[in-house]
Ligand binder design. Sequence first.
Ligand code: ZN
Length: 492
Amino acid sequence: MDDSATREFLLDGRILTAGSRRPVTDQLAVGDGRVVPVVSHGAPRVRLPPGTVAVPGFVDPHLHLAAMAAARLSVDLAGARSVADVLDRLDAKARRTRAGAWIRGRGYDPWRLAEGRSPTRTDLDRVARGHPVTIHDATGHEVVCNSTALSRLGLERPGCAPRGVELDAGRPTGRLYDADHLLKAVKRLPLDALDDAARAVSADLVRAGVTAVTDATHTNGSAAFDLLGRWRRAGLVRQRIEVMIGAEQLGAVVAGGARFGDTVSGLTVGHVKIVPEALVIDDLRQAVTRARRHGFPVAIHTLDIASLAEALEVLAQAPPPKLGRDRLEHVALALDEQVDLIARSGAYVVTQPALVHHRRELYRRELSAVERGWLYRAGSLLAAGVRVAASSDAPVVDVTPLETVRAAAERQPGERVTWDEALAMVTVAAGRVGAASAGTLTPGARADLVVLDREPGAGPANPAVLATVIDGQVVFDPEGCFAALGSLVAPA
Ligand SMILES: [Zn+2]
């Protein structure tokens, strides 16, 4: 380790600590990578430019790092307006890819496609030129394979109809749902390319002011711990990483005795992640029971009213977790009475305010005004006493915490939150819903902070991130806010 992390400095200016005792201060002391009560005499001083504000580093409590890296190596299908548009983009890639190599695409929104349907194997076959092709929608839950891919994955054998494969008259359409278990034979991306992509993902996060993340991938097991741990230890990813464990991978991960909140290979061990519709061995109740047996709280993926009802029923009958609190991920739709049940369950909610903005076209088209009032609640949950944090769910949407803050503060009345509450959803609350504390600048906390050119809510435009500091190390500072520290600056 270089000596910069052990150095001290004083930060003078307007500082929002997100602490309950001193939410605003005009001076912060940093030493050994943490916020400290005092620094030694003569420690360097940094004066923030007038009008700027320092806030805790942003915490994204639910994203998918490996998928973000893989997305950078895939054909970008985001924003595609039609199946034809999807095919055009794949065609361009197929023309310049060496024969037989896999082609991956990612990021289309099925609801945005003019044909009113997702692509099928037949569509993809038209542009594949003999390549196996797999494309993921923006959420990653839907995958479409062409005929070559289906046969390489063993899904063309007569009578073969595993769970997750859509059939038409007994023949696979090419569409798979929550079917990661069927995709194991997709040729892996070359490790060096994936490493470079991870470095680029982390640099984007640094520029967005993100200093800690939680990887919420429901298939995370020992292999994910190896990959993410290597990225973190090699410095490819600068952010602190908490890793959820896939419900059905739990046994293998905890075989070595790891517990919730432990540090394993430089990563924090997080919740047990459960996507009920993707469970193969267990049902939801069994998955929660198993997590409890190992002492873990759970994070349950819930998108509709019925799945939320089931999750709440299972949680109500389970003993409370020994460590931490359970989480409900997304809660895309919740009835009024379910808001009270969530409060009673003691679970935290991790919502995605920016998605409401991203999908406003879909929601306006498919949901009534009443149903739109049930979407991605925040204000009503806070009013009921539920702790609510906000995340991107990247690569579903880009990681832009300041856009998330704005989206939360500008929701329809009822679900709208104050700018302070919105900022808390990506700082202190986002830290509290995880296993490792983060998201505050109170004494003892990690010195993770962001300098903004103005406070969120001051003016129509989002604030700009001027500088990012992780563990007391300046990792992004294009404007030279921390120039007084000289060698302390370690650019990403
Ligand atoms: Zn997710």
